[in-house]
Ligand binder design. Structure first.
Ligand SMILES: C[S@@+](CC[C@H](N)C(=O)[O-])C[C@H]1O[C@@H](n2cnc3c(N)ncnc32)[C@H](O)[C@@H]1O
Length: 241
């Protein structure tokens, strides 16, 4: 941490303000390709959402009252665009901090000609807290989040009791939090956090994992994993109250 951020943190502590210091990502700079930069310039005015605009009026954002699916950390956005394309009766919001991923997603969305997708380039934890109204989301998707393999980094995993409680309040009653991971220890961690979270019901008949639902597209990376005999764990929890 730089001296100036240390100073800011000290000052915030003295003023009794709370600043979150543990994040689920490390911002990688990564260069934008020309195509990604052009897609951001072209599509941001219609598809971009800004954290500083505060609470969203979803009907106004999409121009309709369709159900909203929100994806955290969409990476390059391949599966998000595929899902939005095949479900024009639903609205989609993607949140990602990695700018080249945002550019790649907008490129694909533009090529697909879809109008039911909006994007935040921001930390999902802050977007949930400041921009998403209570009880407004039908599905939250979290596919292959950074697993933070080392034990001392587990606190960086985005699935934590406080975030899950914030997320629950944004789901409609009957809405679903759908997670998938290829890292068994993270799957166990997800299960543990969700089993102790109140007001959720596991959709698994065996009270653990569910088979991959058809609505989650199989990624290339996952297909390769299957061939190599690696596992993938899907978890789906419904908000019941
Ligand atoms: C391992 S990648 C998986 C990407 C994609 N879901 C997939 O299945 O290919 C995890 C992604 O989550 C993003 N991410 C991590 N924490 C985030 C946060 N708090 N807000 C938004 N994006 C986040 C990272 O930038 C990264 O692109």
């Amino acid at each position: 941490m730089s001296d100036s951020s240390n100073d800011n943190l000290e000052q915030a502590k003295q003023e009794g303000r709370y600043i979150r210091t543990i994040r689920s990502f490390v911002k990688r700079e990564g260069r934008l390709t020309k195509g990604q930069a052009a897609a951001i310039e072209k599509c941001w005015p219609t598809m971009g959402l800004e954290h500083q605009q505060g609470m969203l009026d979803l009907a106004q954002v999409f121009g309709n009252d369709n159900d909203v699916v929100l994806e955290i950390g969409f990476g390059m956005g391949k599966s998000l665009v595929e899902m939005a394309k095949s479900a024009p009766h639903l609205n989609f919001i993607g949140i990602e901090v990695h700018r080249p991923g945002v550019g790649a997603c907008l490129m694909d969305a533009d090529e697909a000609g879809i109008t039911n997708l909006r994007i935040f380039e921001h930390d999902a934890v802050e977007v949930f807290a400041d921009c998403i109204a209570q009880g407004s989301i039908t599905t939250v998707q979290l596919f292959f989040p950074d697993p933070w393999h080392k034990k001392r980094h587990h606190k960086r995993r985005i699935v934590q009791p406080a975030f899950v409680e914030s997320l629950r309040s944004k789901l409609k009653i009957g809405g679903v939090f759908h997670m998938a991971t290829d890292w068994e220890n993270y799957a166990e961690h997800m299960l543990e956090v969700m089993q102790t979270a109140e007001h959720f019901k596991n959709q698994s008949e065996t009270n653990d994992y569910v088979p991959r639902p058809d609505l989650r597209p199989l990624t290339k990376f996952e297909q390769r994993g299957h061939r190599l005999g690696h596992g993938v764990w899907d978890l789906m929890f419904e908000r019941i109250s």
